[in-house]
Design a protein around this ligand. Structure first.
Ligand SMILES: Nc1ncnc2c1ncn2[C@@H]1O[C@H](COP(=O)(O)OP(=O)(O)OP(=O)(O)O)[C@@H](O)[C@H]1O
Length: 522
C-alpha cells in the first residue's frame, strides 16, 4: 500500500499552540517515550494514535505536568519553554493546558453542579458563603449549552459514563471559555463511552472551540473518528513518534498500517457454516429495571451480539444475567436448569464470566499482573493448602504471550500498564478460565486496532471449544463482523433479532434507531 507523506510542521504564519521537543521518558523496564517531537498548531484538532503502550498517555501526562519527562522541553500555549523534567500541573495550567484524563477526574458522590464548581470555583457571597443558587444557575446554563441529559442536582454516580464524559469535557471547556483564546484542550480517549450522536455533539463543540485560535489534542483508538475530527494525526509506535500526517491525505487502512506497522484489515471472525450446539443460556420474559420481557438464547459455539443505543439496557442485560441486578420476574436457565443468581459469586460458580465495560470494576490496580490473571480461579494454582506463586507466574507468562500484553514482567502492578493492556489482562483472565457463557461488555474498549482482531480470534477459539458468548458493543460494525447473530435493544425491549444472513452494521443501526419491533430468524 502506498503510504501518505508526513505533513510538514506548521510554519510560515501558522502559529504554534504547543511544541514538545526531544521528549524522553523511561519507567523501570520500559522506555515509554524516545526523543519525541510534537507540534500542535493554533486552530487545529490534533490526534495522537498508536498501539497499546506506545506512549500516548505518557506524553499527555507529561504535557499536563502530572508526570515528569527525563529529557526534552515543552513550550505551552501561553508561557515560555520549560524543561519537561520540571513541569507541574500548575505550570501546565498556567501555560493554558486543560486536560480531561481517561478517568475523567470527577467526584461520584458530589452533584453535577458541584463537580462543575470544582474545576471553576464556588461562587461566594460577601460573607464567604457559597451561593448555591448561583452555582445551580451556572451549572444549568452549562448543561443546556453542552446539551447534557442531566440536572445540576443529580448526584454524579447516578449518571451514565457517557454523561460523565460530557460533564468532564464541559467542565474543562467552561474554564477555557472564560480564559481567552490561548488554550489547548487535551483529551485522552474522550469518546470511548459515547454513542454516535453524542460523539457528533462533542465534535461540534470541539470545532467551535478551536475556531478561535485555540487547539485540541486528543487520543483515540477509533480511526474513523481520528480521520473525521482531527486535522492532523501524530502516530506513535513503541514510544517513538513515527510521523505527523494530514488526515485529509490518509485512509483508515493507511492509518491502521502506520499504527500497527503491518497491513490490518477488518476481517470477520464469524464461525461460517458451523451449526451451534446445545442451548447454554436461556432467558424467558425477563423483567428487571429497565429490561422489559427479554427472551434470549445463547448456544454453545456462538457469539450473540447485543446492539442498541446508550440507555437501551445493554449493560443491564449482562448484569442481570450475572446476578448483579435483581430480576423481578421471568426465568433464566442454564442448560435447562432454572437458575436464580442473587450475587455474581453464584453466577461465576455456575460458569458465567463477565468482562465489564469499566476497567475500574475489573482491574485490581494494586495487585501484580500475574495475580490479576489468576484471580478468578485461584484453586487452579493451589498445591495442597498453599497457593503456588510459581504456578501463578508460569500461567501468567503464558497468557501474557498469548494475549500480547505489553508489560515489563508479570510482577508489575496492573496500575502501570497502559489502558489497552489492562483490558487484555481482564480478557485473558476470563478466556483462559473457559466459562460456560462469557458476557463481554465493550471488550475492545481502549484496545488498539492490531490487537482488536486478535482478541476476537481468541474469543472465536473459545466458542469453537464450546463456550457461548454474549457480546455488547456500541460499534455496530464490530458486532456485524464478529457475531453469529444479534439482538437489538431499545428502551429495555428486544426490538429486532438479526440472523447471520442479514447481519450488517446498517441493519443494526436501522433497528436501533427506529426501535420498531421486528422479529427475524434467530
Ligand atoms: N507509572 C508507570 N510505571 C511503569 N510503567 C509505566 C507507567 N506508566 C506507563 N508505563 C508504561 O509505559 C508504556 C507506555 O504507556 P502509555 O500508557 O503511555 O501507553 P498508551 O499509548 O497510552 O497505551 P493505551 O493505548 O493502551 O492507553 C507502557 O508500556 C506502560 O506499561
Amino acid at each position: 500500500m502506498e503510504m501518505a507523506d508526513p505533513a510538514p510542521a506548521p510554519s510560515n504564519g501558522v502559529a504554534e499552540c504547543l511544541r514538545v521537543s526531544g521528549l524522553s521518558k523511561a519507567f523501570p523496564g520500559v522506555r515509554a517515550l524516545r526523543d519525541v517531537d510534537l507540534t500542535v498548531a493554533r486552530g487545529e484538532i490534533h490526534a495522537l494514535a498508536g498501539g497499546n503502550g506506545s506512549g500516548k498517555s505518557t506524553l499527555i501526562k507529561i504535557v499536563a505536568g502530572v508526570e515528569h519527562g527525563d529529557a526534552g522541553t515543552i513550550r505551552y500555549p501561553s508561557s515560555a519553554e520549560v524543561d519537561a523534567s520540571g513541569s507541574t500541573p500548575e505550570v501546565a495550567r498556567g501555560g493554558g493546558v486543560y486536560v480531561v484524563h481517561q478517568d475523567l477526574g470527577l467526584f461520584p458522590d458530589l452533584t453535577v453542579a458541584e463537580n462543575f464548581a470544582l474545576g471553576f470555583g464556588f461562587p461566594q457571597g460577601r460573607s464567604g458563603r457559597v451561593r448555591w443558587k448561583a452555582l445551580r444557575r451556572r451549572a444549568a446554563a452549562l448543561i443546556e449549552r453542552f446539551e447534557i441529559p442531566t440536572t445540576p442536582d443529580t448526584v454524579l454516580r447516578d449518571t451514565s459514563r457517557a454523561v460523565q464524559a460530557q460533564i468532564a469535557i464541559a467542565r474543562a471547556l467552561q474554564v477555557e471559555d472564560e480564559g481567552g483564546a490561548q488554550g489547548l484542550l487535551v483529551l485522552d480517549e474522550p469518546t470511548a463511552a459515547l454513542p454516535a450522536h453524542e460523539v457528533a455533539l462533542l465534535f461540534a463543540s470541539l470545532r467551535r472551540y478551536v475556531a478561535h485560535g485555540r487547539a485540541a489534542l486528543f487520543v483515540s483508538h477509533r480511526l474513523d473518528e481520528v480521520l473525521d475530527l482531527a486535522d492532523r494525526v501524530t502516530v506513535f509506535r513503541d514510544g517513538q513518534g513515527i510521523g505527523t500526517y494530514s488526515t485529509s491525505s490518509l485512509t483508515e487502512a493507511q492509518l491502521a498500517e502506520l499504527i500497527a506497522g503491518r497491513p490490518i484489515s477488518r476481517l470477520s471472525s464469524r464461525s461460517g457454516q458451523r451449526a451451534p450446539g446445545e442451548t447454554l443460556l436461556e432467558l424467558t420474559e425477563v423483567q428487571a429495571d429497565p429490561l422489559d420481557g427479554i427472551n434470549l438464547t445463547v448456544r454453545s459455539g456462538e457469539v450473540v451480539g447485543v446492539a442498541g443505543l446508550l440507555g437501551s439496557g445493554r449493560t443491564e442485560l449482562l448484569r442481570c444475567i450475572y446476578g448483579d441486578l435483581p430480576i423481578q420476574s421471568g426465568t433464566v436457565r442454564m442448560k435447562d436448569k432454572v437458575v436464580h443468581f442473587t450475587h455474581p459469586r453464584d453466577a461465576i460458580k455456575a460458569g458465567i464470566g463477565l468482562v465489564p465495560e469499566s476497567r475500574s470494576e475489573s482491574v485490581f490496580y494494586d495487585l501484580a499482573v500475574y495475580v490479576n490473571l489468576a484471580i478468578c480461579k485461584l484453586s487452579e494454582y493451589s498445591t495442597r493448602r498453599w497457593l503456588s506463586d510459581r504456578l501463578m507466574r508460569a500461567g501468567a507468562r503464558e497468557r501474557i504471550a498469548t494475549f500480547g500484553v505489553r508489560a515489563a514482567s508479570e510482577s508489575v502492578v496492573a496500575n502501570v500498564l497502559s489502558g489497552g493492556n489492562q483490558q487484555k489482562v481482564v480478557l485473558g483472565r476470563w478466556l483462559s478460565q473457559s466459562p460456560t457463557v462469557l458476557l463481554l461488555d465493550e471488550p475492545t474498549h481502549g484496545v488498539d486496532v492490531g490487537a482488536r482482531q486478535e482478541i476476537y480470534q481468541l474469543v472465536r477459539q473459545a466458542t469453537d471449544a464450546g463456550m457461548g458468548v454474549l457480546l455488547v458493543a456500541s460499534d455496530f460494525e464490530e458486532i456485524a463482523l464478529n457475531c453469529d447473530r444479534a439482538i437489538v435493544l431499545s428502551g429495555g425491549r428486544v426490538v429486532a433479532e438479526v440472523g447471520a444472513d442479514e447481519l450488517t452494521a446498517h441493519a443494526l443501526i436501522e433497528a436501533a434507531y427506529t426501535g420498531t419491533k421486528r422479529q427475524r430468524a434467530g
